[in-house]
Design a protein around this ligand. Structure first.
Ligand SMILES: Cc1cc2nc3c(=O)[nH]c(=O)nc-3n(C[C@H](O)[C@H](O)[C@H](O)COP(=O)(O)OP(=O)(O)OC[C@H]3O[C@@H](n4cnc5c(N)ncnc54)[C@H](O)[C@@H]3O)c2cc1C
Length: 555
């Protein structure tokens, strides 16, 4: 009989616990040891903000498994409050340090899985060590923040990414006065800016103070903490939470001489093997491939971490049948009060920064049939490769149905679908659930219309007096919501065919409407009458910036 395989897993939360569970299901004989530095294993980091705000009532609900349940369910030797401090690759042993006793121990392995995760960024700013400045990663961080929040009235959240937004929402639910400070000029920096406008409106409506395009330079102690911003503006807070990103916890891998990427992530192949074939890595600490382009990418998200941990175990115990990791898309979503926003795949800003060719359209529609009560507007932006029509990325925001569209589009990108495929996707439809032409179909129609030259979409209005801006909305709507652009001509769609003479055939025209659809219809009329015409994609709703109502963005 073969000797049992000794598997050691470093890190016992998302990737590590998934690896342990899969390993046991594939091998009853393996000796599996799970080492976790903290006191908990397999807890739901993603739920931490919601317990702070009281939306999740039971702390125990966050413990997906405890050390005891993992031990009994999986027969895994779970060592909490224990840190792996060194890997001896030649001897295939790890050194453990028991944190309570400060004693050490050496453990052999046949296969090792590193799932050490990431640590929150905490830049070395003056005053950062003030006990009122927190980061959120563990259940203990959560307990400390929740306790401090009971007496705090003014709370500053630094960083308006996914976790920062969740915290801003939850602190507001607790009745706190929340200020959200973000370095970039928008909320949710991974998204393209106009897509985050609805979120901004929503947070302002809920009395969250937004300070965008500014950053904290120092924390000055006093009865309250003064956050001094780069602009020299100050924010006074009783409690500060930094949510400005994470860095991979890869010191152990570095010391062991494993290959790391430029930002310190552990490099792995499609089966999660590091540069040492007996050592695997998974989760926030690794760099993997981008699903669309194959470029190296690090995606610190719960879904990838769980699947990568599972795959590492698959490859150890069933190497012949393990399926390679397809790459990461970075599909993510957040809820802030009534608004949801998210993305999958590439954004315009990333594509531009990488110098990649792309085309894009933005479409508006309702989340289900408009005539059915409760229809809520959705905004969807699609990006695709001009040569093949293959989908590159999508972003969606709205009050309902955002998750469903992102999931459909993530699946479509994973399947290598094109804009023409989207146009033909047969999606579930009855009035309470969707529309006969779902917004996903609509995005496919609009993109293929653009590709086929039926319309030239533009996503901004140029400051060029030679260009005629034609607003085709009904006059009452123009009067109540005037286009923030002087000199625009208003001819409603229904009257356009009879009033073509009011337009100068020698000058280009851009058609504009509220949501984008009517501008397209008008553009088709004009194009077939010999005009050089483009249409504002997504309509005014997608581009109008409530912070500066005097102007629309220009290219
Ligand atoms: C507040 C919050 C909200 C989030 N919300 C979402 C969400 O909504 N959706 C989403 O997709 N993702 C979300 N995430 C991200 C998600 O939780 C992570 O991507 C995921 O937990 C990563 O899993 P991991 O196993 O790589 O790392 P972790 O879950 O961080 O686990 C790593 C563990 O390894 C341990 N460890 C590290 N080094 C050692 C060592 N040398 N010895 C022993 N133990 C070690 C650490 O103590 C840690 O417990 C959220 C994260 C946070 C913090």
């Amino acid at each position: 009989m073969n000797a049992p395989l000794h598997l050691v897993i470093v890190g016992g939360v998302a990737a590590g616990a998934s690896a342990a569970a899969r390993a046991r299901r594939l091998s009853e004989s393996a000796v599996i040891t799970l080492i976790e530095r903290g006191p908990d294993v397999s807890f739901a980091n993603c739920g931490l903000p919601y317990f702070i705000g009281g939306e999740i009532k039971s702390r125990d609900a966050l413990a997906v498994q405890t050390p005891a349940t993992l031990k009994s369910l999986l027969a895994v030797d779970v060592r909490t409050s224990t840190e792996v401090t060194a890997i001896d690759r030649a001897a295939k042993r790890v050194t453990l340090r028991h944190l309570a006793s400060a004693t050490t121990e050496s453990l052999p392995y046949d296969k090792l899985i590193l799932a050490p995760g990431a640590v929150p960024l905490r830049p070395s700013l003056p005053g950062i060590d003030d006990p009122r400045v927190f980061t959120l990663r563990s259940l203990q961080d959560m307990d400390r923040i929740k306790a401090a929040a009971t007496t705090a009235q003014r709370i500053a959240v630094i960083g308006a990414g996914f976790i920062g937004l969740e915290l801003a929402e939850q602190f507001t639910h607790l009745g706190k006065q929340v200020t959200l400070v973000e370095l970039t000029p928008q909320l949710l920096p991974p998204l393209d800016h106009p897509m985050t406008k609805l979120l901004e409106d929503e947070l302002r409506k809920r009395h969250v103070e937004l300070i965008l395009g500014d950053s904290v330079g120092a924390f000055e102690p006093g009865p309250a903490l003064t956050c001094r911003l780069a602009s020299s503006r100050t924010v006074v807070a009783d409690l500060v939470v930094l949510s400005i990103g994470v860095r991979p916890d890869s010191a152990l891998a570095l010391a062991a001489g494993l290959d790391l990427g430029p930002r310190g992530h552990i490099r792995v192949n499609a089966f999660m093997q590091t540069s040492d074939a007996d050592i695997y890595a998974a989760g926030d600490a690794i760099e993997t491939e981008d699903l669309v382009t194959g470029d190296p990418v690090a995606v610190p998200l719960g879904g990838p971490a769980n699947r990568q941990g599972r795959l590492a175990a698959d490859h150890i115990f069933r190497p012949a049948s393990a399926r390679p990791y397809p790459g990461a898309l970075g599909t993510a979503i957040v809820r802030a009060f009534d608004v949801a926003a998210g993305l999958t795949g590439w954004t315009e800003k990333r594509l531009r920064a990488a110098g990649r060719d792309f085309r894009t359209v933005t479409v508006n529609d309702n989340h289900h049939a408009g005539y059915f009560p409760g229809a809520k507007p959705l905004l969807l932006k699609l990006l695709w490769a001009p040569d093949t029509g293959r989908l590159l990325g999508a972003q969606c925001t709205g009050l309902a149905g955002v998750d469903k569209r992102l999931d459909v589009l993530a699946t479509a990108i994973t399947g290598g679908l094109t804009i023409d495929d989207l146009a033909q996707l047969e999606l579930a439809y009855a009035p309470p659930f969707g529309a006969a032409k779902d917004i996903v179909n609509l995005a496919g129609f609009t993109a293929s219309n653009a590709r086929d030259g039926l319309v030239t979409p533009v996503d901004a209005l140029p400051d060029d007096p030679a260009v005629q801006i034609l607003d085709v909305r009904p006059p009452p709507l123009v009067a109540s919501h005037p286009l923030p652009r002087a000199g625009a001509l208003n001819i409603p769609l229904g009257a356009l065919r009879g009033r073509l003479g009011e337009l100068d055939r020698t000058r280009p025209v851009i058609t504009v409407c509220a949501l984008g659809k009517t501008a397209y219809f008008a553009a088709r009329i004009l194009a077939q009458n010999g005009f050089q015409v483009s249409a504002l994609t997504g309509g005014i709703r997608a581009h109008f910036d409530p912070r500066s109502p005097a102007k629309l963005p220009t290219p």
